[in-house]
Ligand binder design. Structure first.
Ligand code: 5GP
Length: 209
């Protein structure tokens, strides 16, 4: 009987300023690969019209959020644009031990916390928009906001982008199909990383007996 190689799941973080195409990229990755599931965060912000409880977020009150914090139920949590966001611990740990990968759409603050808590499991990718002009165009397109609001968003995007050096990989999203292929290639390579594999020694012993 040949022995089996198993693998601990990995944590794949995608971060970007809004307007870089991260949401579309996450959706395409999840659709293309049944081996990876999205970590659903909890947030205190109001639900948007197109969002679904438990699919996009767990929408909670500030008191509920604080009680999760006190119970140490978050892997990481942070304040983003005046609202609180956090990653529930339980589902992530369950996925990793059973060899499933987890995708996180979290900001740089959360990524730093995951780095401190779980460096070995973490693979982080920063998605950049192709140019200043394109970023501005996408932020304007998003909502018919005043120039003032668009300028504020640009400033926020610039501050988010300043964290790119803290990530393992950087992808410039010029073309969504190309960016998706790059994320998939990173995921495939990281899945084969020796440190994540369990039982290779036994497998090799069997090969060479
Ligand atoms: P939105 O409110 O537009 O869905 O998300 C705003 C920002 O919060 C995005 O940059 C998103 O990546 C980030 N975010 C969402 N969930 C979490 C989380 O659980 N932890 C952290 N640190 N950031 C999050």
């Amino acid at each position: 009987m040949s022995s089996e190689i198993k693998r601990r799941g990995l944590m794949l973080v995608l971060s970007s300023p809004s307007g870089a195409g991260k949401t579309t990229l996450s959706r395409l990755l999840l659709e293309s690969d049944p081996g990876i599931a999205l970590s659903v965060s909890a947030t205190t912000r109001a639900m948007r019209a197109n969002e679904v409880e438990g699919r996009d977020y767990f929408f909670v009150t500030p008191d509920e959020f604080e009680s999760w914090v006190r119970q140490d139920a978050f892997l990481e949590h942070a304040v983003v644009f005046e609202n609180r966001y956090g990653t529930p611990k339980g589902p992530v740990e369950d996925a990793l031990v059973s060899g499933r990968d987890v995708l996180f759409d979290i900001d740089w603050q959360g990524t730093q916390q995951l780095k401190e808590r779980a460096r070995e499991d973490l693979v982080s990718i920063f998605i950049l928009p192709p140019s200043h002009g394109e970023l501005e165009r996408r932020l304007k397109e998003r909502a018919q906001d005043s120039d003032d609001i668009v300028a504020k968003r640009m400033a926020k995007a610039a501050s988010e982008i300043s964290h790119w050096p803290e990530y393992d990989y950087v992808i410039v999203n010029r073309d969504i199909a190309r960016a998706l292929a790059q994320v998939q290639a990173i995921l495939e390579a990281e899945r084969a990383r020796r440190q994540r594999l369990i039982g290779v020694g036994e497998f090799v012993a069997e090969l060479t007996r």
